[in-house]
Write a protein that binds this ligand. Structure first.
Ligand code: DCP
Length: 129
């Protein structure tokens, strides 16, 4: 393998940005010749598949407390992996659509804050039936 093709496989310990993940994922796909398969539709389907795998972890468990009390280390590790798969496909989907997911998410948070002001509407509208 040429040095220009050497893959960075280190696990960063600093704060990770969406842009860094995006770039690492783009390199991952490029080195494997997978860009041709990473169309928006294919990535969306892969994302939905991973959401299904994530849902299976919670399936039939009943309500789960915050912080996942009584979950084993391996259960939590499994959850970390499935959450990551969802995130990684989501980032790739935004990337191949030419969107800046971080900026879009920040804009959406601002929009949400305007839609749900603190004083006038303490309960999210979606909680009211
Ligand atoms: N064409 C592909 C295939 C995989 N991945 C990456 C994104 C996900 O993080 C992970 C998904 O890999 P798998 O399809 O092997 O799924 P799992 O890791 O969930 O394995 P399994 O379904 O066996 O539990 O690999 C990717 O970016 N592009």
């Amino acid at each position: 393998m040429e040095s220009s093709q050497r893959e960075c496989v280190s696990v960063a310990t600093k704060d990770v940005s969406l842009r860094e993940l995006r770039d690492r994922l783009a390199e991952f796909a490029k080195l494997r010749g997978w860009e041709q398969y990473h169309s928006p539709r294919n990535l969306l389907l892969a994302l939905v598949g991973e959401v299904g795998e994530l849902s299976e972890i919670f399936q039939w468990k009943g309500e789960v407390g915050r912080g996942l009390p009584n979950w084993s280390h391996s259960d939590k590790e499994h959850l970390e992996e499935e959450l990551s798969d969802v995130l990684l496909y989501l980032i790739q989907l935004a990337d191949v659509c030419g969107l800046d997911l971080g900026q879009a998410a920040l804009s959406k948070i601002v929009k949400n804050a305007k839609k749900y002001p603190i004083l006038n509407n303490p309960t999210p509208r979606s909680f009211n039936n």
